[in-house]
Design a protein around this ligand. Structure first.
Ligand SMILES: [Mn+2]
Length: 523
């Protein structure tokens, strides 16, 4: 039995036969070229030095699965396929059309099951790289080539998408001879993000001073687009490269700008560049990028595009899914566990709103996680968890109701006494306690103060702003009616809050980002 019969002479015959050798099944080459036959024989390929266009030659084979006629000359391939079809009438045939225009395309495709047209393949390859689509890639390449070193800065308290994009851009830079380092301000606190960095051996530099960036030849921003907004760089710092998927609020100034808000993750854009550059990345980087897309699109459910799926598909063969599994279910630190426990224990429910004070905070990132968990409770559509540390009250809120706009509600409740902001479905606030903590040593009363400051104000604002309070509150239904009557505002709030933050509070960037981003730090 011969699985694959390869007919003809030329370099394609050798390369295809060589590759097929490594797969299961048998490969048989028939070529009239003596030299080709010899060299193939030396590499261990089974070869007959015979005329492949003669049916009598092919009769010695049976059970052929596929015939590939790969001679340099198209007309030889046509003749070979004709011969093969006489001997094996039902076999699947592939043929290389060759470079000569002497043969008629139509005749070719009438006979052969699948024609390989080198002109079309080459044109497509060239168009992808020399056409409009390749313009960005070439420009990026040129800038990277110019720079000796590059600081790739993520947004503060980077999430997996920012980290993975940074690492991928550094890989691109390295390939052009530019020495790149991925840098960030803030911290990586969430256990999942820490596991992500550690397990995948991602090299990141934690910056404390913006002057540390000055020793680099160039500056790139990933997953955000302006210096000084969601990073600690001076606003006027010149930027060489911006790659981001958040729509900018103001024009972005850099030598190279790639802002595509129609994709779900910056990692997707980086996969595109890696592909266009023809670069292979390490398994760790592939895994990181896949995780970045996974997290930012909330497992391909939120703001996901065809490009995100394609990028993920490209990464999947290389990505280590077992490692991803380990990252996704990291162990939780005892203080975080305690905070979640306290939040569950201390919960009170007003309609569909769950409020819980956790008291003094050991780990601020635990707050966001507690709010996430408590939102899972039956009949609860909004969770608000708060605690205090270092003279500041921290609030983390989550909603799964479409009736309430958390960002607006928190701004309304705490904007005047602190900083607040965020998205429709997740938001945060912080309120400086000022003299309160200093004058009162007793924790019990502190907690009472926190309770009245946070819970009362939130409920009041929710009445005016949302209706997440559910049916029992008379104001809520009125607010609901108002909201329904004004769908424009609603829509704007949703789009705006979700997308214009220049970084968003992804669940996994934990309280860190929430506190900086949603805490009034945005424009
Ligand atoms: Mn992102």
């Amino acid at each position: 039995m011969v699985d694959r019969l390869i007919l003809g002479s030329g370099p394609l015959v050798s390369s295809v036969a060589g590759s097929l050798q490594e797969q299961s099944g048998t490969v048989q080459v028939v070529t009239a070229d003596e030299k080709r036959a010899e060299s193939l024989h030396e590499t261990g390929v089974s070869v007959f030095k015979l005329d492949p266009t003669d049916p009598a030659t092919l009769e010695r084979f049976d059970d052929v699965d596929v015939v590939a006629a790969l001679d340099t000359a198209g007309e030889h391939n046509l003749a070979a396929v004709r011969a093969a079809q006489r001997v094996f009438p039902d076999v699947y045939t592939l043929a290389y059309a060759g470079n000569d225009s002497a043969i008629d395309d139509a005749a070719f495709s009438a006979i052969v099951d699948r024609v390989i047209d080198p002109g079309r393949v080459t044109a497509q390859f060239v168009m992808e790289r020399a056409g409009d689509a390749g313009r960005q890639m070439r420009q990026l390449w040129r800038i990277l080539r110019e720079l000796d070193s590059l600081a790739v800065v993520t947004h503060d308290n980077p999430d997996p998408d920012a980290i993975a994009s940074g690492v991928a851009l550094a890989t691109l830079a390295d390939a052009t001879g530019c020495d790149a380092e991925v840098c960030y301000f803030g911290s990586i606190n969430h256990q999942e993000n820490r596991a992500f960095v550690n397990v995948l051996n991602l090299e990141l530099r934690n910056l404390t001073e913006s002057s540390e960036v000055e020793r680099f030849d160039g500056l790139a921003l990933v997953d955000h687009s302006r210096p000084g907004v969601n990073d600690q760089l001076p606003e006027e710092m010149p930027v060489d490269i911006v790659i981001d998927h958040h729509p900018p609020r103001t024009p972005v100034d850099a030598r190279f700008v790639d802002l595509r808000s129609d994709v779900g993750a910056t990692s997707t854009l980086l996969v595109d560049y890696l592909d266009q550059f023809g670069l292979d990345v390490s398994d760790d980087v592939a895994t990181a990028l896949l995780f970045g897309i996974h997290v930012d699109t909330q497992a391909f459910s939120r703001e996901v595009s065809q490009r995100d799926f394609l990028a993920a598909a490209t990464l999947t063969p290389q990505a280590d899914l077992a490692t991803l599994e380990r990252i996704e279910s990291p162990s939780i630190s005892p203080p975080t566990f305690e905070t979640i426990a306290a939040a569950i224990r201390n919960r009170r429910i007003e309609g569909e709103i769950l409020l819980s004070s956790v008291g003094r905070l050991a780990d601020r990132d635990a707050l966001a996680q507690a709010a996430d968990r408590l939102l899972m409770l039956e009949n609860v559509t909004t969770s608000v968890v708060y605690g205090f540390a270092d003279g500041t009250i921290y609030v983390s809120a989550r909603a799964r109701s479409t009736e309430i706009d958390l960002g607006e509600t928190l701004r309304d409740a705490f904007g005047k006494i602190g900083s607040a902001g965020g998205h429709v479905d997740m938001a945060g606030a912080q309120i400086t306690m000022g003299v309160l903590e200093a004058t009162d040593e007793r924790e019990e009363s502190l907690e009472q103060i926190v309770e009245s400051v946070v819970a009362d104000r939130f409920l009041e604002a929710a009445d005016t702003y949302g209706g997440g309070g559910g049916g029992h509150r008379p104001g809520a239904s009125a607010a609901r009616r108002r909201r329904r009557a004004a769908p424009d505002r609603r829509e704007r709030a949703q789009n705006g809050a979700r997308r214009q933050d220049g970084g968003t509070e992804r669940r996994r960037d934990g309280g860190g980002t929430e506190r900086r981003r949603d805490g009034g730090g945005t424009e």
